[in-house]
Design a protein around this ligand. Structure first.
Ligand code: ATP
Length: 266
C-alpha cells in the first residue's frame, strides 16, 4: 500500500446502521503517530459502535459507507473483513477488567498465557518485569484476580494489550470502574508508557475532565455524529457546538481540585 498521509489512523466518512437505524453518521477522525485522541460522548452516542467498526467488528452496527487508513494500509469499512482486528496493529482494552480475567486462575498463569498468545516467548523475565513495573504493577505472587484492586486489574489488562506491541492502543471507558483518583493514576502510567514506546492511544470515555487532562485532541460525539474535533486546549477554551459547550461547562463536577501528587493506590 502506498503512503497516503502522515496519520497513523485516518477514518473517513464512516456511517453505520443497526437494523436500518443510523447509529453513526459521516464520522471522520484521525490519530497521529504517538498522540492521544479521546472520543467523548454521553450514553448511546455511538462510542462503542464506532470503536467496533474501527476494529472490524461489524455487530451490531454495520458500516454503510466509509474507509480507513491504518499504518498506510487502506481498509474499506463496508464488508472488508480481510484484515482481522488483531492483525490491524490495534490492541483493545475492554471497559470491565473482570471481562478480561479468569477469576479461577492465578494471575501468574494468566500472564504466561498472555505472553504465549502474543508470541512474546522472546521476552526475558526482566523485560516482562519492566513492562509490569512501568504500569506500577507488583509481582503476581500467588494472587488471584480478586486479590488485586480494580485499578491494578485494569492496568494488568493494559499490560496484556501492550504485550502485542501495538501501534495503537484503544481503551474503551478505561476508568469507568475506578474512582477518579485511581482512574487518573492509571491513565497517567499508561500515557507515560505509551509516550516512551511511541504508541498512539484512542480513548473512549464519557468523562470530559479526564479526557481533557490526557488527550492531545478531543472528538465530541453526540447521537452518532462528531460535533467537533480539535485540539484539547482550543476545544476546552472555546467549544463551538452546543453539546460541546454543555459538556465543557459541566466538566468539573467530579474532578475539581483533586491532586494526584504523592498518592499511590497499589
Ligand atoms: N445490540 C444493539 N441492538 C440495537 N441497538 C443497539 C445495540 N447496541 C447499541 N445500540 C444502539 O446504538 C446506539 C449507539 O450505541 P453505543 O453502544 O455505541 O453507544 P455508547 O456511546 O457506547 O453508549 P454507552 O456509553 O452507554 O456505552 C444507541 O442508540 C444504542 O441504543
Amino acid at each position: 500500500m502506498s503512503k497516503t498521509n502522515s496519520s497513523l489512523l485516518s477514518v473517513s466518512n464512516l456511517s453505520a446502521n443497526i437494523g436500518g437505524q443510523i447509529v453513526l453518521s459521516d464520522i471522520s477522525l484521525d490519530v497521529q503517530h504517538g498522540e492521544c485522541v479521546a472520543i467523548v460522548g454521553g450514553s448511546g452516542a455511538g462510542k462503542s459502535c464506532l470503536l467496533r467498526c474501527i476494529m472490524g467488528l461489524y455487530k451490531p452496527a454495520k458500516p454503510t459507507s466509509g474507509q480507513m487508513i491504518f499504518a498506510d494500509q487502506m481498509i474499506q469499512l463496508v464488508n472488508d473483513r480481510s484484515v482481522r482486528s488483531a492483525d490491524r496493529g490495534f490492541a483493545f482494552v475492554p471497559q470491565n477488567p473482570q471481562a478480561g480475567l479468569d477469576p479461577l486462575k492465578r494471575l501468574t498463569v494468566q500472564w504466561k498465557q498472555a505472553v504465549r498468545c502474543a508470541n512474546r516467548g522472546d521476552m526475558s523475565k526482566e523485560e516482562q518485569s519492566e513492562l509490569l513495573g512501568s504500569l506500577g504493577l507488583p509481582d503476581f505472587g500467588k494472587c488471584y484476580p480478586h486479590e488485586w484492586s480494580q485499578g491494578m486489574q485494569q492496568r494488568l489488562l493494559i499490560a496484556f494489550a501492550l504485550l502485542a506491541r501495538p501501534k495503537l492502543l484503544i481503551l474503551d471507558e478505561p476508568t469507568s470502574a475506578l474512582d477518579p483518583l485511581i482512574a487518573a493514576q492509571t491513565i497517567t502510567r499508561v500515557m507515560a508508557h505509551a509516550k516512551e514506546h511511541d504508541i498512539a492511544t484512542l480513548i473512549v470515555t464519557h468523562d470530559l475532565a479526564l479526557a481533557a487532562r490526557f488527550a492531545n485532541r478531543l472528538a465530541i460525539l453526540s447521537a452518532g455524529k462528531i460535533e467537533e474535533f480539535g485540539s484539547t486546549a482550543k476545544l476546552m477554551e472555546a467549544p463551538s457546538s452546543d453539546y460541546g459547550k454543555l459538556l465543557v461547562s459541566n466538566r468539573y463536577w467530579s474532578h475539581e481540585g483533586q491532586s494526584l501528587e504523592g498518592a499511590e493506590v497499589c
